[in-house]
Design a protein around this ligand. Structure first.
Ligand code: SF4
Ligand code: NI
Ligand code: NI
Length: 708
């Protein structure tokens, strides 16, 4: 069979199955039955992205199938093949959505099935920073379970996000390979139609970050081709259905690598590579993915994919716990003469000398020296320690400063991992990532309890206190410049964050100090200086300098941006914001939802739905994405009255920001325990109940002017 015949036959087969499944569902449930995927604001995301039409019922699904049929032309031209591929993918989405009728939970561990919008938003930053350099879609059954595991491991150790479809999932289970979103290995489902769940991620990325208009299929495919670094690895034997799905992948710009020999080859798109151990290299080359290589001299792997790895008590060799015993982590700027480069010292017992399962002290001091080093960069480097130590396979790190907690797994210990290797990791990464400011770096790790107590109380805490004082005096007024960040332009081409001391980037990961350090490290990089010499309106936070900068950096897409208003020329959102706030008209206030919150808000929208109101680098007055820490800022929608407009937040978020928010409210308005006046999901998820609660509490927003 030719490639044409194969794709058409596969497409026809899937179409037939879909038609049957929809008819059967209508017979069973009636045509008005609702159909939807959970936790998405984009209906059936693939169909919506391609056609611009939202499907909500079985009757509409049937109409949609008729539209899909129009894509299934049978001329032997390339475009017909691609469109049949897309039609196959859409049919797969229809088959998959039927599994979710009546709130069913069709997938169970280890499989994920449909992925929520929030998952995609979370991927934004690691994708733009190259922390996740690509997305692999592995499909079918490997010749042996070991080959499957080796292939997955090869991608995992490069930080690539891996999705699995079909028998390969069982093969990994067979050899006890750990999977899960936290280690970037995501089994989607065992039916081939489950592949749509990763296509859905790619297409929603275009809607969320790229501001692609649903229904603009040409722009959509251009976006996925240029910006979504995905590729497919399909094990032989390929049947017609898989070949038809492959045509869909190629239409989106994702090359397919297979070991099936008799398949027609399409240069750079459909590639036969018999040797599976070469798939990694072949795939990266075909998709033009570059991997940053970090060679660190430690006995276990080091890769960003291990950042989310969790080590349970039963799997741990030893732990260090700053909440129970004295611990600290510290970067200390010293004179070059005081630092011996690459010297790593352990003062106290090594892991071998510690009892199995014991809780110990640890304190590491990283001395750095460099002509361009500034004390302001110390906390920026220090905050990266969490990421560095977490990337070690079999080592887990949470917290910071003197409250960190580290676990070393039995597996890592058995592989020969020692305390001194933590020093090796810190040294290598600090030198790698901060080479523009750090010329010399030396690490001392204390495990001797008395030394840890001394370091914590006599060295670290006084430094932390000095830094906090400096941070408290860092206000928008006290600095001469702000910074831009355009990292997210990789996905949101016209988005610009303006980062100020009192307003961090909306992803929550870039503070003014971070931006300053990024600028110092890479003067032509994503963070540029924005002067603030020509204010237009200080209350709005508008400046001619800021307008000029965003106009230039957005290539003319934006003309005016204010720093402190959500109504007038608000800052744009890319899509990876930690929180979204939106106007609640009945109370003259705003509702804030964080990405982790899956429930309903009094706006009648979930986080995903609120989030879909903005993004892609466009301005949407009334809705604004922002970081969690911005909530307690004195500059939070200052132009509209500030934080006293906040009327509702999910309970968990409220607790997270309570201390700082209450302090700000006390300082600005003299209100004690402001968070007690703010509603949450245990109090109200509809506006009437919320207003009743706010009235009872005497919430200040009720007395303010309407915002619209
Ligand atoms: Fe993206 Fe803004 Fe965060 Fe930069 S600060 S990474 S542009 S969200
Ligand atoms: Ni010193
Ligand atoms: Ni972003």
């Amino acid at each position: 069979m030719t490639l044409f015949e194969s794709v058409f036959a596969g497409n026809d087969a899937v179409y037939g199955l879909t038609e049957g499944a929809i008819n059967q569902a209508i017979e069973k449930y009636g045509a008005d039955k609702a159909v939807s995927f959970p936790d998405t604001a984009y209906s059936l995301p693939c169909y919506y992205a391609v056609t611009g039409t939202k499907v909500g019922t079985l009757a509409e699904l049937k109409d949609a199938l008729a539209v899909v049929k129009t894509l299934m032309t049978r001329e032997k031209r390339t475009n017909d093949v691609f469109m049949s591929g897309v039609a196959t993918a859409l049919c797969a989405e229809f088959i998959e959505v039927l599994k979710y009728i009546d709130g069913a939970v069709p997938y169970e561990a280890p499989c994920y099935g449909h992925l929520a919008d929030a998952v995609i938003r979370e991927l934004g930053v690691p994708l733009v920073t190259g922390d996740i350099p690509g997305v692999a879609v592995i499909l079918g059954k490997a010749p042996s379970a070991q080959e499957a595991a080796d292939l997955v491991k090869s991608y995992q150790s490069q930080g690539i996000l891996i999705t699995l479809v079909g028998d390969v999932i069982d093969q990994l289970e067979e050899v006890g390979y750990k999977t899960g979103a936290n280690v970037r290995v995501i089994p989607l489902g065992k039916d081939v139609t489950a592949v749509i769940h990763v296509v859905s991620v790619a297409l929603r990325a275009a809607l969320i970050f790229g501001n692609v208009k649903p229904g603009d299929a040409a722009t959509l495919m251009d976006y996925t081709m240029k910006r979504v670094p995905a590729f497919v690895n399909a094990f032989a034997p390929l049947n017609d259905v898989i070949v038809a799905c492959g045509a869909g992948a190629i239409a989106l710009g994702f090359p397919v690598i297979t070991n099936q020999e008799d398949v027609a080859r399409v240069p750079k798109s459909l590639i036969c590579q018999k040797d599976i151990s070469k798939w990694n290299a072949t795939s990266l080359e075909a998709r033009d993915i570059k991997i940053k290589i970090t060679n660190i001299d430690i006995p276990v792997a080091f890769a960003s994919a291990f950042e989310g790895e969790i080590i349970r008590r039963k799997d741990m060799q030893v732990e260090f716990d700053g909440s129970r015993v004295d611990c600290a982590e510290l970067v200390h700027t010293c004179d070059a003469s005081e630092v011996e480069d690459h010297k790593i010292t352990v003062v106290g017992p090594e892991v071998d000398d510690m009892e199995l399962g014991s809780k110990n002290s640890i304190a590491y001091v990283v001395k750095v020296a460099g002509k361009n080093m500034q004390p302001d960069f110390e906390p920026v480097i220090e905050r990266k320690f969490h990421n560095y130590i977490n990337c070690i396979e079999g080592v887990y790190h949470t917290g910071q400063r003197d409250m960190q907690r580290i676990r070393i797994s039995k597996d890592a210990f058995a592989a020969g991992f020692k305390i001194k290797h933590i020093g090796e990791v810190l040294y290598t990464q600090v030198k790698n990532e901060f080479d523009a400011v750090v010329d010399k770096c030396e690490v001392t790790i204390y495990t001797d309890p008395a030394e840890c107590t001394r370091i914590r109380h006599e060295v670290a805490i006084p430094i932390f206190e000095k830094r906090d004082d400096r941070l408290n005096t860092l206000t928008d007024e006290s600095v001469d410049v702000y910074y831009s960040c355009i990292l997210c332009q990789a996905f949101s081409p016209s988005h610009v964050c303006v980062v100020t001391p009192e307003r961090l980037g909306l992803c929550g990961a870039v503070s003014w100090l971070d931006a300053k350090a990024t600028h110092e490290l890479d003067p032509n990089g994503p963070c540029q200086v924005i002067t603030k010499e020509r204010p237009i309106d200080e209350n709005l936070g508008s400046y001619e300098d800021v307008d000029e900068a965003v106009k230039k950096l957005s290539q003319g897409a934006l003309e005016h941006v204010t720093l402190y208003s959500i109504m007038q020329d608000p800052m744009t959102s890319c899509g990876c914001f930690e929180c979204i706030c939106g106007i609640e008209p009945f109370s003259n206030g705003v509702v804030i939802a964080n990405r982790e919150y899956a429930g309903m808000t009094p706006l009648g929208m979930t986080f995903s739905e609120m989030a879909s109101m903005t993004g892609g680098g466009v301005q949407t007055p009334g809705f604004m994405g922002h970081g969690k820490h911005f909530i307690s800022s004195k500059k939070f929608m200052k132009a509209e009255g500030g934080i006293e407009r906040i009327v509702w937040m999910p309970k968990e978020l409220k607790e997270f920001v309570a201390e700082r928010l209450n302090n700000t409210a006390k300082e600005l308005y003299g209100i004690e325990n402001f968070t007690d006046m703010i509603g949450d999901e245990t109090i109200a998820t509809d506006p009437e109940t919320l207003v009743g609660f706010l009235t009872e509490k005497g919430h200040p927003a009720l007395a303010l002017d309407p915002m619209m």
